[in-house]
Design a protein around this ligand. Structure first.
Ligand code: DC
Length: 218
């Protein structure tokens, strides 16, 4: 096992990853990294620069030179520009699965994710491939799920003017793209603990994971 205290939180969109990972990090006094925001930031940079999103080399070059700042406030600065709102907007959300499927984009962002955790002695990282690829020897690996109805309702609550059917269709499309892509698809690591959050409160899920971490540390 590595001597880093890494807690990997993976799962599909709307499974509760961000809310739970943030609270968990505060509770455990660890840093928190939203790796989805990194793929969104690369997508924002690609859309801003007019490169063809299917051009693997161009998008990869742009990712390698990306100046990305993600302070604990949750703001995201891309090449010096405050992109906090834009990275969650419909344009980036529609394009992010295309960018996240490029092998060299993933290599670069995974490198940055490992460096982030190594500098801090660990952290809570949330994404799709943290337990399977980024930190296969993480101290604790959690795979969060929730029913499609619950996930769509959660996302509809987050997105302005979005109706539930549109959100449900977008989630289904991204789930399919994220889990069927050739490189590092969304998948549950063999030794990850699955938690279905559909009928659990946020507090219950956080308490459950804190207990798992304390047991793993003992
Ligand atoms: O968690 P999110 O919805 O903000 O993630 C945005 C996209 O980034 C998601 O559709 C899949 C991709 N992603 C990924 O491929 N690997 C990660 N570790 C995190 C996100």
């Amino acid at each position: 096992m590595s001597d880093l205290t890494v807690v990997a939180i993976d799962g599909p969109a709307g499974s509760g990853k961000s809310t739970i990972a943030k609270l968990l990090a505060a509770e455990l006094d660890l840093g928190y990294l939203d790796t989805g925001a990194m793929y969104r930031a690369a997508t924002f940079a690609a859309l801003s620069s007019d490169v063809d999103l299917d051009d693997h080399d161009a998008v990869a070059d742009l990712t390698v030179s990306l100046v990305l700042e993600m302070p604990p406030s949750g703001d995201v600065f891309v090449n010096g520009h405050d992109a906090t709102g834009d990275i969650r907007g419909p344009e980036v959300t529609a394009a992010v699965s295309t960018v996240a499927a490029h092998a060299d984009v993933r290599t670069e962002l995974v490198r940055r994710q490992r460096a982030w955790a190594t500098e801090r002695g660990g952290g809570v990282l949330e994404g799709r491939d943290i337990g399977s690829v980024v930190f296969p020897d993480a101290l604790v690996k959690i795979y969060l799920t929730a029913s499609p109805e619950v996930r769509a309702a959660r996302r509809a609550g987050e997105v302005a003017e979005a109706d539930r059917d549109t959100v449900a269709a977008d989630l289904a499309r991204r789930d399919a793209l994220d889990s069927q892509r050739r490189i590092d698809p969304l998948r549950q690591a063999d030794d990850a603990i699955e938690i279905d959050t559909s009928h659990l409160s946020i507090g219950e899920v956080v308490a459950l994971i804190v207990e798992l971490v304390e047991r793993a540390r003992a």
